[in-house]
Design a protein around this ligand. Structure first.
Ligand code: NAP
Length: 293
C-alpha cells in the first residue's frame, strides 16, 4: 500500500508550532497576530470554512474578528469595509471569503485589499511576486501541498509534476510554486479542459496534483506506478447515510489509484486541513511583518 499523507496530523503539528511561536512573541511583549474574515451571505460551505478559520486562530493563539454582511450588501459598502480594514493597525491580515454574490466584482474586491494584509495571497502583487520568485503571501492550498511534500520527504527537484486544473487560487499558483527554483524546482505540466489526451499527460507525472472538482476523475490508468498523488478536489456528493446528507469526494478514484501510487492524500484529511493551516502561517508572517513592513 502507498504512503498515506496525513494532512490532518501535519496541520495539527504545524498549528502547535505556530502557537509556540505566538507564545514567544507575546512573552517578548509583542502583539498577537490578528486575522479578520469577511463573510458575505449564508452559503453553507463558506460558513463552515470561516468557522474553521476562526477555530484555527484560537488554536494558534491569534486574535480573530468575523465581519458578516447580508448577501444584499452593495459593492460600495464592501469596498468601504476593506478600506477600513486596510487602515486598521490592529488587523495584521484579512480575507474576504469567496465566492461572493454575482452583483459584486470579485477582482475589484481582491485588488482593493492592501497586498501587505492579503494573507490569502490572491492580490495581483502577491501573485506577481510569486511568479518572479520574490517573498510574498502564497495562496494557501498550493503552499499546503508543497509543505506536505516537504514534511513527508518527497523529492520535487528535477521531478515531473503534472497539475490538473488552472484556477487562479489553486492550479496556477501551484504551477508557479512547483516551477520556482527556490520552491519545487520541478518540470511542470499544467492540464486544463482543452488539453488533448489528459490520461497520457497525467501518466508522465512523478507528482500528480488534481484540482478540477470532478469526483473520481483520476483513475488508475492515468497514474504512473509509484507516483505521488495529491487530491485537492472537495466536491459535496449526496450521501443519505450521513447526518449532513452529503460527503466530500476527491478528484482521485482513491480505491483504484491507491494500490499503484507511491504516496497519496485522502479526502477528507489530506489537503483540506493544510489549507487553513497555511492561512495561519501567512497570518503569523503578516503579524511579524516578514514580507512587508
Ligand atoms: P475551478 O476554478 O472550477 O477550476 C477547475 C479547473 O479544472 C479549470 O482550470 C478547468 O479547466 C479544469 N478542468 C475541469 N474539468 C477538466 C477536465 N475534465 N480535464 C482537465 N481539466 C479540467 O476549481 P478550483 O477552485 O481550482 O477547485 C478545484 C477543486 O479543488 C474543487 O473541488 C474545489 O472544491 C477544491 N478545492 C479544495 C481546496 C482545499 O483546501 N482542499 C481549496 C480550493 C479548492 P478550464 O480552465 O479549461 O475550464
Amino acid at each position: 500500500m502507498p504512503l498515506l499523507i496525513d494532512g490532518k496530523a501535519t496541520a495539527a503539528q504545524i498549528k502547535s508550532e505556530i502557537a509556540q511561536e505566538v507564545a514567544t512573541l507575546v512573552a517578548e511583549g509583542r502583539k498577537r497576530p490578528h486575522l479578520a474574515a469577511v463573510l458575505v451571505g449564508n452559503d453553507g460551505g463558506s460558513e463552515t470554512y470561516v468557522k474553521n478559520k476562526v477555530l484555527a486562530c484560537e488554536a494558534c493563539g491569534f486574535e480573530s474578528t468575523l465581519i458578516r454582511f447580508e448577501d444584499t450588501v452593495s459593492e460600495t459598502e464592501l469596498l468601504a469595509k476593506i478600506d477600513e480594514l486596510n487602515r486598521d493597525e490592529n488587523i495584521d491580515g484579512f480575507i474576504v471569503q469567496l465566492p461572493l454574490p454575482r452583483h459584486i466584482d470579485t477582482d475589484k474586491v481582491i485588488e482593493a485589499i492592501d497586498h501587505r494584509k492579503d494573507v490569502d495571497g490572491f492580490h495581483p502583487i502577491n501573485v506577481g511576486r510569486l511568479a518572479i520568485g520574490l517573498p510574498c503571501f502564497i495562496s494557501a492550498t498550493p503552499l499546503g501541498i508543497l509543505t506536505l511534500l516537504r514534511r513527508y520527504g518527497i523529492e520535487t527537484a528535477g521531478k515531473h509534476c503534472v497539475v490538473v486544473g488552472r484556477s487562479n487560487i489553486v492550479g496556477k499558483p501551484m504551477v508557479q510554486l512547483m516551477l520556482q527554483k527556490e520552491h519545487g524546482n520541478a518540470t511542470v505540466t499544467c492540464i486544463h479542459s482543452y488539453t488533448q489526451d489528459v490520461a497520457a499527460e497525467c501518466r508522465k507525472a512523478d507528482i500528480l496534483i488534481a484540482a478540477i472538482g470532478r469526483p473520481g476523475y483520476i483513475t488508475a490508468d492515468m497514474v504512473k506506478p509509484g507516483a505521488t498523488v495529491i487530491d485537492v478536489g472537495t466536491t459535496r456528493v449526496p450521501d443519505n447515510s450521513r447526518p449532513s446528507g452529503f460527503r466530500l469526494s476527491g478528484d482521485v478514484d482513491f480505491n483504484t489509484v491507491a494500490p499503484i501510487a507511491g504516496a497519496i492524500t485522502p479526502v477528507p484529511g489530506g489537503v483540506g486541513p493544510m489549507t487553513i493551516c497555511m492561512l495561519m502561517l501567512n497570518t503569523l508572517a503578516a503579524g511579524k511583518k516578514t514580507y512587508y513592513r
